[in-house]
Design a protein around this ligand. Structure first.
Ligand code: CAA
Length: 258
């Protein structure tokens, strides 16, 4: 039997997915993206999981979509197969938080996959980039949309038009990643953050994620209204009562619905 392209483990209430095509620097082909999608949806359904971490190898989170697999495709091949949409957007269906733990290269589709996650933690070895311009194409999995929202137009244009790579510190300064840690500590740090998130009330975690995504994906007025409605609705949950009562009683909250 061939080895899994995505290794699936759990660490307490955290689901850990490791991209596993190390010899090809985790180049993202259809088979890998299908496995990733199935594993994500399984964690989404699993009541024992409160947060998910996606990581790669020390050398590469993922060096992009598989160039060898794509090189001979025609316009009709990619259009008819709905390349990217078909099996790349499963991540958007996941309502639990997903953390990208990025070490080494996160290029092209690898950078886009990381940006589809809810937060990025980078090893000091991480290198981000959208080098598609050098291949005669453009980013196709959200890079032209998510990168400018994450780092601003000027830096996004710089990266996308020149195809250059950006190191972890520059990525943190630009707002693409939330933390940079020594490479040896990357996974521990990501699991720790995920464990903290998974200890919170699942309803407020999922609604917070949904609300923050509105800031990214819609207008300010629509986002503010959505946030207010979600905030109000949380007063219908037991975990809100427990969270606020615990604060007033100066004790740790014991959330029922994690
Ligand atoms: N697709 C397919 N194979 C890839 C790959 C990719 N994106 N990236 C690396 N590999 C393979 C290499 O072909 C090589 O395989 P062999 O050992 O069989 O020759 C192996 O991984 C190791 O790569 P290198 O020998 O090139 O390693 P390096 O350390 O010299 O260079 C690198 C590393 C700078 C990341 C270089 O591999 C590279 O530039 N990769 C391509 C990056 C890229 O252009 N990504 C964008 C892809 S297009 C895309 O993603 C479209 C989209 O928006 C969805």
């Amino acid at each position: 039997m061939s080895e899994s392209l995505v290794l699936v483990e759990t660490r307490g209430r955290v689901g850990l997915l490791t991209l596993n095509r190390p010899k090809a620097l985790n180049a993202l082909n259809d088979a890998l993206m299908d496995e990733l999608g199935s594993a994500l949806l399984a964690f989404e359904q699993d009541d024992g999981i409160g947060a998910i971490v996606i990581t790669g190898s020390e050398k590469a989170f993922a060096a992009g979509a598989d160039i060898g697999a794509m090189k001979d495709w025609s316009y009709m091949d990619v259009y008819r197969s709905d390349y990217i949409t078909r099996n790349w957007e499963t991540l958007k269906r996941v309502r639990k938080p997903v953390i990208a733990a990025v070490g080494g290269y996160a290029l092209g589709g690898g950078c886009e996959l990381a940006m589809m996650c809810d937060l990025l933690i980078a090893a000091d070895s991480a290198k981000f980039g959208q080098p598609e311009i050098k291949l005669g194409v453009i980013p196709g999995a959200g890079g032209t949309q998510r990168l400018p929202r994450a780092v601003g137009k000027a830096k996004a244009m710089d990266l996308i038009l020149t195809g250059r790579m950006m190191g972890a510190e520059e990525a943190e300064r630009a707002g693409l990643v939330s933390r940079v840690v020594p490479a040896a500590k990357l996974l521990d740090e990501a699991i720790e953050v995920a464990t903290v998130i998974a200890s919170m009330s699942l309803a407020s975690v999922m609604m917070a994620k949904e609300s923050v995504n509105r800031a990214f994906e819609g207008s300010l007025n629509e986002g503010l209204l959505f946030e207010r409605r979600v905030f109000h609705s949380l007063f219908g949950t037991e975990d809100q009562k427990e969270g606020m009562t615990a604060f007033v009683e100066k004790r740790e909250a014991r959330f029922k619905h994690r």
